[in-house]
Write a protein that binds this ligand. Structure first.
Ligand SMILES: Cc1ncc(COP(=O)(O)O)c(C=O)c1O
Length: 396
């Protein structure tokens, strides 16, 4: 069967500008690419603990057998949700099948026609897709820019005082931006939200398990857990498994169970996945303070930043203290060549291209982990600096 012409043309366009995506495997390379920040996905102890949980509850089924609203809400769901709510100091938590599902479910169902969503211009695709499904109006503010957000908020306030009452305002940001690694001034954003009576939603995908003594995330680290409207925590990254939860009030949870279509119209996660989520949360709470894997990760982030500075290449990096460090290499060909060369030297580092990031802001995205050695970080960055200096030498 031939692909319809319009689709074929889109593929040709991607091929022409060298941004055609393909699926690759990178098992035998040194990992500077995965979101497995704490190595939990390969942690044997966690896999044993998950099996023990299934045994303890006498669960043998492979699948959930239905939506959570029908036959799929098996016994581990409430146990895991209570654990997650306690860990994140929230009234409740509601598990979704993925972060993608949580975001589309939230934004499709919560903001209503006549409401307004204000979002950071670099917000994740899953939130954008949710916004597209919503009947609310949406406006973007400049990345991590408080005054840009305040301008939008004050415009909304003006319109409300001119008679457009009954309008709810939702503001959404990420605590660690997935393609930049930087963080917003969350306290500043929350303060603005309170001043303008707006509801703040924070996507903590890349902060869950990473930021805070036990990996509780940025919201708790700065004491905002009672003041934000909802948080999205995900389990496919530092938690090493799959799924996500919206951490929120009891009433919002009930609302989502009734109206979030990505929760209602899909088969629930299998018991084994919920057991792995539970095992990961128990492990984070049980270990010493701060958690040893988080300590190792933080040490590696610091080493990475120090070596970048000592090699004099810091000006190309986006300022970040998170596990995501990005070096801007404008130009598709250039960034892909660098990534390929690093792969040939045994490192897995992915080039990030448009449309994931704006054209001209292509980048190498380095994901750091607890299990990487100092030598691996130093050798990687020294190799990278050699390639860059060689290129500059040739250009000069
Ligand atoms: C900020 C952010 N939110 C949500 C998601 C989606 O999470 P999941 O991979 O669990 O679907 C991602 C994953 O890439 C992300 O980076």
């Amino acid at each position: 069967m031939k692909l319809p012409h319009k689709l074929h043309k889109k593929l040709i366009a991607r091929e022409a500008n060298k941004t055609l995506r393909t699926l690759k495997s990178s098992e035998d390379l040194i990992d500077f690419s995965s979101n497995d920040y704490l190595g939990f996905s390969k942690n044997g102890l966690l896999s044993e603990k998950a099996s023990q949980i299934l045994q303890e509850y006498g669960i043998h089924s492979q699948g959930a057998t239905g939506s959570r609203l029908l036959s799929g809400n098996h016994a581990l769901y409430p146990i895991a949700e209570n654990t997650i709510a306690r860990f994140h100091e929230s009234e409740t938590a509601l598990i979704f099948n993925s972060g993608y599902d949580a975001n589309i479910g939230f934004f499709q169902s919560v903001p209503q026609r006549g409401d307004v969503i204000l979002y950071d211009e670099y917000i994740h695709a899953s939130i954008r897709d949710g916004i597209t499904m919503s009947h609310a109006k949406a406006f973007k503010f400049s990345h991590n820019h408080l005054s840009s957000l305040e301008k939008l908020l004050s415009k909304q306030k003006r319109e409300m005082s001119e008679g457009q009452g009954g309008k709810e305002i939702y503001v959404v940001t990420e605590s660690v931006f997935s393609m930049d690694g930087d963080s917003p001034d969350l306290l500043g954003i929350q303060t603005l939200c309170e001043a303008y009576n707006a509801h703040l939603i924070v996507d903590e995908a890349h902060a869950t398990g990473v930021i805070g003594t036990y990996g509780q995330g940025l919201v708790q680290m700065i004491g905002l857990e009672k003041r934000v409207f909802a948080r999205i925590v995900t389990f496919g990254k530092a938690m090493g498994t799959h799924g996500a939860a919206i951490v929120c009030s009891k009433e919002l949870r009930t609302y989502l169970i009734n109206f979030a279509r990505s929760l209602i119209y899909t088969t629930a996660l299998p018991p084994h996945t919920i057991a792995t989520i539970l095992a990961a949360y128990n492990y984070l709470s049980e270990d010493q303070t701060p958690h040893s894997a988080i300590k190792e990760l933080q040490k590696n982030i610091q080493t990475f930043r120090e070596v970048v500075t000592s090699l004099g290449i810091q000006s190309s990096f986006i300022e970040s203290t998170s596990a995501i460090q990005c070096m801007i290499i404008p130009g598709v060909e250039r960034v892909k060549t660098l990534s390929r060369k690093l792969t040939q030297h045994g490192y897995n580092i992915q080039p990030i291209l448009s449309p994931t990031v704006p054209q001209g802001q292509e980048r190498l995205r380095f994901c750091l982990h607890s299990f990487t050695t100092e030598v691996e970080i130093t050798q990687l960055l020294t190799t990278l600096a050699t390639f860059i200096n060689l290129k500059q030498h040739h250009e000069g």
